[in-house]
Design a protein around this ligand. Sequence first.
Ligand code: GLY
Length: 388
Amino acid sequence: MDGGIVTTEIPQRVDVGIVGGGIIGLAVAHELAERGREVVILDDGARPGNATHASAGMIAPVAEADVELPGLCEFRQWSHQLYPEFVARVEERAGVDCSLRRDGTLLVALDRDHAAELERLRDIMRDQGFEPQPLGVKDVLDMEPGLSARVVGGLLLEQDDHIDQRVFMQALRIAVERGRGRVFDDVVVERVAPDGVVQGHHTRGDGRFELECEQVVVAAGSWSNVGLDSPGAELPLRPVRGQVVRLHAPALLRRVVRTPDVYMVPHAAGELVLGASVEEQGFDAQPTAGAVFDLLRHAWRALPGIYDLPLKEISVGFRPVSRDHLPVIGRLQGRVCVATGHFRNGILLAPGTARLLGQLLCDAVQHALLGHFEPQRFAQPVEKTTNG
Ligand code: GLY
């Protein structure tokens, strides 16, 4: 019904209301539905800048191991270990092949600066317990014959995987809906109260809704502060813009290839994803010529064959980043939990985040990792009002 009011569709009560239908919200919903909870996902599907939609789908505990923060390395590796089983359960429930690819990342150097950067990254990876395999020029070109003759060396990061995250999102949604879940992607949440009442309106028509939740999980990425209702609840979150280019590219690369300047991710559907800019531009969702030019130039230096490929899409995603660059996962207040701040690792950390919240909400178990990520670390003392 175009423009119709569909308030009656959203139930009045639910076990768990999930604000946000990106990879984190969907993964948490799936975990909770599998554990027998009735879940409702509330999302504004029309809002530009969904980080999961823009993402390239890398599951890269090694290639993105360049930041060492408390608990994060352990969380990345744990979530990575959970991935194959998590995807298998989603595939089984949804009947969809999610194309999880387990063929590693090839990190290549195209000049001496790149080679020095690969040495630096290799030291960090080894400190984190990984053993990247050094490759000579011939090895690299044998593995990826489309790469440029500029290649001066490389590293094979065997543990990294990738997935077509748009297919995965669809599969998660089907799995949630086949379980005890419903997904509404035409709603704007205006208020999330500590007592679990969520209020908002539909984007089509002017219908309003009010949903009483036993528990609420706010997993709305960079928008996770919207509607959090109570003094001191605001999280220090900001969007970090990533611009991504998609090309039609049947079989130009066999696996994920990165240089220090760009990553190139081949998806089974015949597209090559080039990413990504990292920009502090607030919620400006306008793609820019400069960022797209840089991505294409860096990718072309590594893979000259992209020059003739048809351009498919330019997308913008807002990666959610907290003040200390760690995820924000756990109980915020009352019946409200949050799961956000995954920055560059949203796809990788989805199964781990789902597991942490499943344990917290269904078993009342506080996993040790939550000690690093709990939202209360940012709590501001509430100012007392005085009379006169
Ligand atoms: N994880 C890739 C990116 O954030 O660009």
